[in-house]
Design a protein around this ligand. Structure first.
Ligand code: NI
Ligand code: MN
Length: 230
């Protein structure tokens, strides 16, 4: 049994009997979050890229919980240099960990830590295919639509896809519908919307459109703090 819980923006936790994985823990400054960074207790942290709305509070949470950060190489090294425990990976690479099998997938986006006037580039952004408790989850990260999402759908029997719909910086709803058609995950959950004025969207309209366009697929809006069980 795997519990997939939404924490606003692109932050999700995946929890089974033994492990809690936190993806893109953007808590400080996230108006949608239901988490408190002082008490959240993941065993592992996955980061898609270095932008502040994804890296978030990961380093502090990693240090406090001895939770390993799994991220693209350059971002992992940045986190390590700031005191976190890390495991470095990169796009196309997969690894069987104790808690899950994790593969890094492409994402068309940028990746940098922006600190005042200083821009520290943190390599390529990524998405993740995760097999945990025998369920396949795809977290797309921040990305535009790309045709190889069909390849991911062909390769992996996805139980759940977490898809950005905010537009402006990432896929908008129309491209996320196309993504869902290529990925063919059993259930699709929108993310990366309504956190900032630039990414205002109606996730319920997205879900209705998805079910109308792809009747064999499911879709659901999760409010922050709400979860589904796979
Ligand atoms: Ni980003
Ligand atoms: Mn973002």
């Amino acid at each position: 049994m795997l519990v997939v819980k939404y924490h606003g923006h692109s932050c999700f936790s995946l929890t089974d009997e033994n492990y809690k994985v936190l993806i893109d823990p953007f808590i400080t400054g996230n108006p949608q979050t239901d988490l408190k960074k002082e008490v959240v207790n993941p065993t592992h942290i996955l980061l898609t890229h270095g932008h502040s709305d994804h890296l978030g509070d990961a380093i502090e949470i990693s240090i406090r919980n001895n939770a390993i950060i799994i991220a693209p190489n350059e971002l992992a090294v940045y986190c390590q240099n700031n005191g976190a425990l890390v495991h470095r990976m990169h796009i196309g690479g997969a690894k069987q960990f104790d808690f899950a099998w994790v593969k890094l997938t492409p994402a068309w986006h940028g990746s940098a830590v922006i600190d005042g006037d200083n821009i520290i580039y943190t390599g390529s952004p990524c998405g993740f295919v995760i097999k945990m408790s025998d369920k396949f989850i795809y977290h797309a990260g921040d990305t535009g639509l790309f045709g190889d999402m069909k390849l991911l759908g062909d390769l992996y029997p996805l139980d759940c896809a977490l898809l950005p719909i905010g537009d402006n910086f990432v896929m908008g709803p129309d491209d996320a519908l196309r993504a869902a058609g290529m990925l063919r995950a059993k259930i699709n959950i929108p993310m990366h919307y309504n956190t900032f004025p630039e990414i205002e969207q109606d996730p319920y309209q997205f879900v209705d459109s998805l079910i109308a366009k792809h009747p064999v697929l499911q879709a659901k809006v999760l409010e922050p703090g709400e979860s589904i069980i796979l």
